[in-house]
Ligand binder design. Structure first.
Ligand SMILES: *Cc1c(COP(=O)(O)O)cnc(C)c1O
Length: 397
């Protein structure tokens, strides 16, 4: 049986804790609290209650009949994480971490955000549980993602623009870490993906694993068999690992993570850290990273702000190395084409992130027989992306 990570948070050579002394004590406190509450039936009950009544779980699986007919090959199904409260999978994790913060007696939560989706999910749960919330966001992203900045403010959160470095997600993460070290007594740091030092990659995975906990039951009940493929997009990797986790021991189910190839892998403007990266340390863990020869982090690029991260969760690097999951890349244009197809043919506006996963399904479906089944994790809805999409349409008209 798959049983990762080890006690120290290692996924083979990846993961672990690379942090300053001051951060170590905060991480130790977090680890102890998580170990205690993850096995506490009371905590589990409360978390599941919130998922049902606040988030709206379980999310359904939807069969794309018309889209499947059109490809002429494998049948395509969607796990509808876009229907969750706040519009994406991220809330599965923020509810979990906020409940943990509450049990630990923390009065203030902080978060980093890129596109603003995790910031919104963190601000939402902070309002729900009566905690102060401060969200670090790259100054560039504050500009690019104005509607989400407004959402966070309406939810009572303070948004702090980060101007250091490239003014994007990785810099926001650095600032949030700095805040945590300074305010560790009353502050809980809600990380938004399966990155960061242990225990974050494991904890965030376990909260998002509710997705595959549901699909291992839903999919056979609905279709009479297991899926041949489970496909999910990979930014930091939290929706993908959540969609994969309970399928890992089902060896006939192929797991495929889809990174952003941006303007094309050959252009260097992408964020395919698993396909084109090298091993290094970033944000407290060892993983696959986009680096220059001198070890400098290379700027990542994707049309989709949620995939725009130069690293990836350590567990994905491990699953890649042992061959249990396969990682591929999809360009901006392929993702946009998939986005429009889903709008027009199924009446669902997907997030641009999720459109990468869908694009890969649309790519392989015609090459497969009709009795094969592909389950795509539709990680979020596209409301936040309308402006970006509109701009690409304007360029063509
Ligand atoms: C944030 C986000 C992602 C990327 O994050 P992961 O940790 O890789 O899941 C993907 N899809 C949506 C809708 C997002 O908001």
């Amino acid at each position: 049986m798959y049983n990762m990570p080890d006690k120290k948070g290692h996924f083979g050579p990846y993961g672990g804790v690379f942090a300053s002394e001051t951060l170590i004590s905060a991480l130790t406190e977090l680890k102890q609290a998580y170990e205690r509450y993850r096995n506490d039936p009371d905590f589990d009950r409360e978390w599941r209650y919130e998922l049902e009544h606040y988030v709206g779980r379980p999310s359904p699986i939807y069969y794309c009949e018309r889209l499947s007919e059109m490809t002429g090959g494998a049948q395509i199904y969607l796990k509808r994480e876009d229907l969750n409260h706040t519009g994406a999978h991220k809330v599965n994790n923020t509810v979990g971490q906020a409940l943990l913060a509450k049990r630990m007696g923390k009065k203030r939560v902080i978060a980093e955000t890129g596109a603003g989706q995790h910031g919104v999910a963190a601000a939402t749960v902070a309002a729900r549980y009566g905690m102060k919330c401060c969200v670090y966001m790259g100054a560039k992203d504050v500009e690019r993602q104005a509607p989400n900045v407004l959402r966070m403010k309406l939810l009572g959160a303070e948004v702090r623009p980060v101007t250091t470095g490239s003014g994007t997600l990785k810099d926001a993460l650095n600032e949030a870490m700095r805040d945590w070290v300074t305010n560790v007594d009353d502050t809980f740091y809600i990380i938004g993906t399966v990155a960061g030092p242990a225990p974050y990659p494991e904890m965030v995975r376990n909260f998002n694993a509710i997705v595959s906990e549901e699909t291992v039951k839903q999919f056979p009940a609905m279709t009479g068999s297991e899926p041949d493929y489970v496909v999910a997009c990979v930014g930091g990797g939290s929706n993908a690992i959540g969609a994969f986790y309970h399928w890992i021991d089902h060896k006939n189910v192929k797991l495929v993570g889809v990174e952003a190839a941006g303007r094309g892998l050959e252009t260097g403007e992408h964020c395919a850290s698993l396909e084109r990266g090298t091993t290094g340390v970033l944000h407290g863990n060892r993983t696959a990273l986009l680096m220059e020869n001198e070890g400098q982090i290379k700027p990542a690029y994707s049309i989709s702000a949620g995939l725009d991260y130069p690293g990836v969760g350590p567990e994905h690097a491990y699953l890649r190395d042992i061959g249990r999951a396969q990682y591929v890349a999809i360009t901006d244009q392929e993702a946009l084409d998939a986005f429009h197809k889903l709008c027009l043919i199924e009446g669902i506006i997907p997030a641009l992130e999720s459109s990468h996963a869908l694009a890969y399904a649309l790519k392989i479906a015609p090459t497969l027989p009709r009795d094969k089944k592909i389950l795509v994790n539709l990680s979020g809805r596209g409301d936040k992306d309308l402006e970006v999409v509109l701009k690409t349409m304007g360029e063509k008209e």
